[in-house]
Each structure stands twice: as structure tokens, then as C-alpha cells.
Design a protein. Structure first.
Length: 225
């Protein structure tokens, strides 16, 4: 199999064809709302987050409202998303910092976003791409991590290191889409358990396909072997 650098162009082309208009499914109407929704989405499905955010954002329409929220009340409001105590601390802490240090506006750069409590590079990348259409990196969530490893794009295990490997080979113009496309591909074709390699459009470009299925089931044309 060719190197990651030699395969990445074709991998991206296949993904664009399969997922032409991929975007986050988290619902939001402001940079602060996507920040809160992304914090809530950790270890939780986007669908579950979308179920609770309409009433949550109605009750707390601004960063000031979240900054002054009663932690015990907020914990109950977001309980169904899991890890609600830590998420409450992050949401209130980040909102306070935004109010006190950034005049109530979510910062639009990586350096300042990383100063917010509970915000690491994955969340910052999602806020930058979704709210500001800015690419300062590639968000590495559980799907991007798994797919990057299976596709042989990174041998690393730590998200920040995987991100650096991806940044080195994925053209900058594709950074934002690459995250969304891998997330969709992970959900639809390559889940953690039982990847569906025989129907995967990337199987001729993926070194892991032959680890999951025998060659006769993969049905890869000879020209790709
Ligand atoms: Fe995942 Fe299999 Fe596709 Fe590779 S070939 S990306 S392991 S589904």
C-alpha cells in the first residue's frame, strides 16, 4: 500500500464525492451556542444534545446568563448528556471568562479559545470552523481518531499528535471538511465495532480493510491491489 501522503489526495476526493455537503449537525445560532453544544457533545450523541439545547438556549440566551447560572440547576438541565458536573463547570467557567476577559464575545482564534476552561483543541477547532469558518487545525474527535488510525494516516494515539500528522498531509483548504467527512464516514460505514469494509468506497485505499475481511469479500479490483 502507498504511503499516507501518496493516498491522501484520493482519500479526500472519495470523501467529497460521498459527503458533498457535510457540516456539524449540532444546532446553534451563535458562536457561544456552538461552544456550549460542543462541550455538551463530549461522550454524547449530537442528537441527544440537539434535544436539550433549544430550551437551554432559550433559558440562557447569552454568555452572561450561563456565567451567572446556578451550577446545581444547570447540572439538572444538562444531566441527560452525561458527565454533567464537569460539563457544568466547563460551561460556567468558559462563559465567565468570555464575559470577564473578552467582553462577552467568544474569541475567534485558537490561542484565546484555549484559555477558556474546559476548551481543548478539538472544541476550539469546531468553534472556529462552525462559527467563524476558520481553519486553524483539524478537530480530532473519536471518529477522526479511529478513521485516521485505520486509514494509516497516523500511528499516534493522542488527539493533538494525530492532528499534527493530519495537518502535515491534508491541504489546508480541506481541513474543515476533512473533519466533518470523516465523522460521517465513521458513523455510516466505519463504526468502532464491525466496520463495513466490503461496502466502503475507501477500501482500496485503506490498509485495515484486509485485517477485518478476507480479500475475496472485499472485492477490490486488481488495478488497486
Ligand atoms: Fe473503515 Fe474498512 Fe473503510 Fe477502512 S475499509 S475506512 S476500516 S470501513
Amino acid at each position: 500500500m502507498k504511503s499516507a501522503k501518496q493516498r491522501i489526495g484520493e482519500i479526500i476526493a472519495v470523501l467529497y464525492k460521498a459527503y458533498p455537503k457535510s457540516r456539524t449537525v449540532l444546532r446553534f445560532e451563535s458562536p457561544h451556542q456552538i461552544l456550549v453544544a460542543t462541550i455538551l457533545s463530549a461522550q454524547c450523541t449530537d442528537e441527544r444534545v440537539n434535544q436539550i439545547t433549544p430550551s437551554l438556549f432559550k433559558k440562557h440566551p447569552t454568555p452572561h446568563d450561563f456565567a451567572s447560572a446556578d451550577p446545581k440547576v444547570l447540572e439538572m438541565e444538562i444531566k441527560s448528556t452525561g458527565f454533567f458536573r464537569n460539563k457544568t463547570k466547563s460551561i460556567i467557567g468558559a462563559s465567565k471568562k468570555i464575559v470577564e476577559d473578552f467582553d462577552g464575545a467568544v474569541p475567534d482564534n485558537m490561542e484565546d479559545l484555549l484559555t477558556l476552561p474546559g476548551v481543548a483543541r478539538k472544541t476550539a477547532n469546531i468553534v472556529l470552523s462552525s462559527a467563524f469558518q476558520k481553519a486553524e487545525g483539524i478537530a480530532v474527535d473519536t471518529h477522526v481518531k479511529r478513521l485516521s488510525q485505520r486509514l494509516g494516516l497516523s500511528k499516534e494515539n493522542v488527539p493533538d499528535k494525530i492532528e499534527q500528522d493530519l495537518i502535515a498531509i491534508v491541504p489546508k483548504k480541506d481541513w474543515i471538511d476533512f473533519n466533518y467527512m470523516l465523522v460521517l464516514h465513521g458513523r455510516r460505514v466505519c463504526p468502532s465495532r464491525k466496520p463495513r469494509c466490503p461496502e466502503c468506497q475507501l477500501r482500496h485505499l485503506c490498509p485495515s480493510a484486509s485485517e477485518f475481511y478476507p480479500e475475496n469479500e472485499l472485492n477490490i479490483p486488481k488495478s488497486f491491489r
